[in-house]
Design a protein around this ligand. Structure first.
Ligand code: ADP
Ligand code: MG
Length: 316
């Protein structure tokens, strides 16, 4: 089987997103229609075997993740996703692997009406790069730099699950934690609903404190007061690793792909409405301050104190 047969068999399934796509896979380039009054949002992410995933983990989880992490960025911009490209580097042609990988990727694409419009297939060390295009009303994209003192700081879902699964390695037997690590759910409905409600948003990929730090740093070097007791932890992580470690992983672990966003006091009511409507936990964990320092408190005691943007750990 050559590259063309592989693409035709596993990736050229034009079931989703056809509304925007004039021409998809098969020509030298894709042709996309544009919608007046909107702007394009483009994101891209690479997953390298051994760095971002293990070679033994299910191929389906890698296909899902490659698209999910990009959709998470689209969600954090308040946009809806439309199209994607896939650059796939394979060490050999393992058809079973490609079939599982492609099925999971296309299943997630179908769920959000995203069309796979092209890509490239090459031989080499296993790595996956995807680029995703989305759309948002002109001027409406959610940015990192809009937070203001007094905003409530919210997170969606639960934090630290993926990191708890990683920390336990092969010993992890909790389905909820493995699910969080292998099949992160992009919060697209939440992102779109936050347009006109949130002052700022980011998706949590490197860990809550690091990503919230990006928001505070971009928003005129603000600070934050976080109440550690309000951070939504996975009960399974607390059970396996203890409260203290579960909290540490929620604050710094990463790979959550939940949204962190800030909302002005006057609009906080609409977040509880949204929580009901989306059946998704949306928890206020603290407040933006003008102090320039991010404090995490537990029962009145300061657990962590850091200056956003001061530490820049290389995370790949
Ligand atoms: P070219 O040589 O013109 O770059 P290719 O032969 O690489 O084109 O690809 C042929 C078609 O298949 C193009 O439409 C390309 O976008 C698509 N394609 C190649 N690899 C993939 C892939 N992994 N996923 C989706 N589409 C792909
Ligand atoms: Mg090519």
């Amino acid at each position: 089987m050559d590259e063309f047969e592989l693409v035709a068999r596993y990736f050229d399934h034009p079931q989703a997103g056809r509304g925007q796509v004039t021409l998809g896979i098969g020509d030298d380039g894709a042709v996309l229609a544009h919608t007046p009054g909107t702007e394009s949002v483009v994101v891209t992410d690479t997953l390298v075997c051994g760095t971002h995933f293990h070679k033994e983990q299910p191929a389906a989880s890698i296909g899902h993740r490659a698209l999910a992490v990009n959709l998470s960025d689209i969600a954090a911009m308040g946009a809806s996703a439309e199209w994607a490209t896939l650059n796939l580097t394979l060490p050999s042609l393992d058809e079973y692997w490609v079939e599982q990988f492609a099925a999971a990727l296309l299943a997630l694409a179908g769920r959000y009406d995203v069309a796979l419009v092209g890509g490239d297939t090459t031989r080499g060390p296993l790595s996956v790069t995807m680029t995703v295009g989305g759309r948002v009303s002109k001027g409406a994209a959610l940015r990192r730099n809009g937070a203001q003192p007094g905003d409530g700081i919210y997170v969606s879902g639960f934090l630290g699950g993926a990191a708890a699964a990683l920390a336990q390695g092969n010993a992890c037997s909790e389905d909820a934690l493995l699910e969080a690590l292998w099949y992160p759910q992009p919060r697209l409905a939440l992102g779109s609903a936050l347009v006109g409600v949130a002052h700022s948003a980011i998706d949590i990929s490197d860990g809550l404190l690091s990503d919230l730090g990006h928001v505070l740093q971009a928003s005129a070097k603000l600070g934050a007061d976080i109440d550690a007791t309000r951070i939504p932890l996975y009960p399974q992580a607390e059970r396996d690793l203890g409260h203290r470690r579960a909290l540490e992983l929620a604050l710094g672990g990463g790979d959550d792909y939940e949204l962190c966003f800030t909302v002005p006091m006057a609009r906080r009511g609409s977040i509880s409405v949204l929580e009901e409507k989306l059946s998704l936990a949306l928890t206020c964990i603290g407040e933006v301050t003008s102090s320039g320092v991010c404090h995490v408190r537990q029962n009145g005691r300061i657990l962590t104190e850091l200056v956003p943007g001061y530490r820049h750990a290389w995370s790949g």
